[in-house]
Design a protein around this ligand. Structure first.
Ligand code: 13P
Length: 237
């Protein structure tokens, strides 16, 4: 069990219209009871963000976006900036997901620009790493620990039903934390949350969350249905 506040996040990827997303959020609001000792985050598509933000008003569930551009504004057709996401109530932005790297050829350098832009405007980033700390954070000054969350997602575990063993995941997380010590310092590195992602399900979340360096989960498929995500959020210690 981690000493950090667990963060349980659902990445809805390219699923759900605004109405469908709101319906899921209503289920989560009804079903999740344990907010006092864990943080819960949902990341709907851009088009559902305003409706979900509205549905979440007064709820402790926090909103995340799945991507952003690094400029505040400008001639970048199709892009959305950090201040625009803040404006619709986003608390976090997921950057560096392996699906963006694989399908949209996003590079470490772009992830780095996004991280810098988000941190500069006072936003929080949820950086997804496929391997140990890559170039996404290189050269950036370490922010306060509560402004950054790292997610470790082995590519072979995403959407495949295959999960790293709890021991493999723990080992990778401990290694990432060691690298974080070099980036910031030991105190901050010990406060930064590192989430595990890749085929997290109701039946493996308890074992994963029992590991000392697994501080939460970033869930794709199993976050798309109320009962399954509620069970994940309410992992048993
Ligand atoms: P799955 O939980 O569907 O494997 O997806 C993991 C993921 O990529 C979360 O960002």
């Amino acid at each position: 069990m981690s000493i950090r506040m667990p963060l349980m996040a659902g990445n809805w990827k390219m699923h759900y219209t605004a109405a469908e997303a709101v319906a899921l959020v209503e289920e989560l609001k009804q079903g999740i009871t344990r907010f006092h000792d864990r943080e819960v985050v949902v990341a709907p598509t851009f088009t559902a963000l305003p409706a979900v933000a509205n549905a979440l008003s007064g709820s402790p569930i926090r909103l995340a976006a799945q991507n952003c551009h690094w400029e505040k504004q400008g001639a970048y057709t199709g892009e959305i900036s950090p201040p625009m996401l803040k404006d619709v109530g986003c608390h976090y932005v997921i950057i560096g997901h392996s699906e963006r790297r694989q399908y949209f050829r996003e590079t470490d350098q772009e992830v780095n620009l996004k991280a810098a832009a988000l941190l500069a405007q006072g936003g929080k980033t949820l950086d997804v790493l496929a391997e140990q700390l890559g170039g996404g954070l290189s050269g950036l000054e370490a922010p306060p620990a509560d402004r950054i969350v790292i997610a470790y997602e082995p590519i072979w575990a995403i959407g495949t039903g295959l999960t790293a063993t709890t021991e493999q995941a723990q080992e990778a997380h401990a290694f990432i934390r060691e690298r974080l010590v070099k980036w910031c310092n030991k105190t901050v590195a010990n406060q930064i949350r590192i989430l595990y992602g890749g085929s997290v399900k109701p039946d493996n979340v308890d074992a994963l969350m029992a590991m000392p360096d697994i501080d939460g989960v970033l869930v794709g498929g199993a976050s798309l249905k109320g009962p399954s995500f509620i069970r994940i959020v309410e992992f048993q210690e």
